[in-house]
Write a protein that binds this ligand. Structure first.
Ligand SMILES: [Fe+2]
Length: 294
């Protein structure tokens, strides 16, 4: 495991934006020493039944960044999401910044390029993104050093991004009472997810963890922030000393009972293109539905 450059003395301002339609939390993360910021896991709105895409959620983030005089340097995707569409290109067009994701995106593009029967014009080399991160790669947000930890299992391209004393865990972990994300998508693996979670739990106990999703289990209010200490002690799927075998058994049985996420078909087609909507042969935005293909 690389020697990750954790710096707990840096406390970025983290502003969360909750999307009630997909239960996604997007973040704007500001370098405490400058006006530089990053966006993590943005959302583009879709009314799938109507085939209509809108930008209310992204506009709210853009307005907040603009009102606070921030300079957007990075637009990070923790992974190719299967439950919401990314607004990365829309935000980039308005505010600039580089779009980054894990370099295993190529595996995801290869898998879903086949599922959606994409032609050769769909590049499977990650070239739709501005930056592809490997485990331990670091980058700057103003004066703050951020880095990526490779955390496959939910998908083969998942990464956790650490910025000062804040870590954006994507779907690697949920709140302690939410447990963990499913591991049954193509390229997912429950044992690998367990190992990735253990890697995250080697970060300092008081590091702030920010989730990508929360569903308010048992009727509680939506929450998105915990610490490594909280997760180790209380996470219902991996905390309190649960073993790898316990986790694999539980996760495999649970995943068999889960239906497909409502927006998986549009989400994958858009997100594997870094948030660009695919077009038909005449250049019109168009999505496909592979029948019995997933
Ligand atoms: Fe996900």
């Amino acid at each position: 495991m690389p020697n990750y450059p954790v710096d707990m003395s840096v406390t970025p301002d983290v502003k969360a934006f909750f999307d009630p339609d997909t239960n996604t939390i997007s973040y704007v993360v500001k370098d405490p020493g400058s006006n530089a910021c990053a966006v993590v896991d943005s959302v583009m709105d879709i009314d799938y039944a109507a085939g209509r895409i809108t930008y209310g959620h992204a506009d709210e983030m853009i307005a907040w960044i603009t009102a606070n005089g921030l300079k957007l340097e990075w637009i990070i995707e923790t992974h190719v999401h299967a439950d919401h569409l990314s607004a990365a290109p829309y935000i980039q067009e308005k505010l600039g910044g580089k779009i980054g994701i894990g370099d295993q995106i190529m595996v995801v593009q290869d898998t879903f390029g086949k599922v959606f029967n994409e032609g050769t014009e769909f590049q499977r080399d990650g070239s739709q993104f501005d930056a592809l991160f490997k485990d331990g790669d670091s980058y700057q947000i103003g004066g703050m050093t951020a880095f990526a930890i490779y955390t496959p299992g939910h998908t083969p391209a998942c990464m956790v991004h650490v910025m000062g004393n804040a870590a954006f865990v994507g779907d690697t972990l949920f709140m302690p009472d939410g447990g963990s994300a499913r591991a049954d998508f193509p390229g997912g693996d429950a044992g690998v997810l367990y190992d990735s979670i253990q890697k995250v739990l080697t970060l300092p106990d008081d590091i702030r963890l920010f989730m990508c999703h929360d569903y308010g289990p048992n009727g509680r209010d939506i929450q998105w922030e915990a610490t490594v200490g909280d997760e180790k002690a209380h996470n219902i799927h991996v905390g309190g000393g649960k073993t790898r075998d316990d986790f694999i058994k539980f996760r495999t049985e649970r995943d068999k009972q889960l239906g497909m996420p409502r927006l998986i078909i549009p989400s994958l087609q858009v997100n594997m293109r870094a948030g660009e909507v695919p077009t038909d042969k005449d250049g019109r935005p168009m999505l496909k539905v592979p029948v019995n293909g997933l």
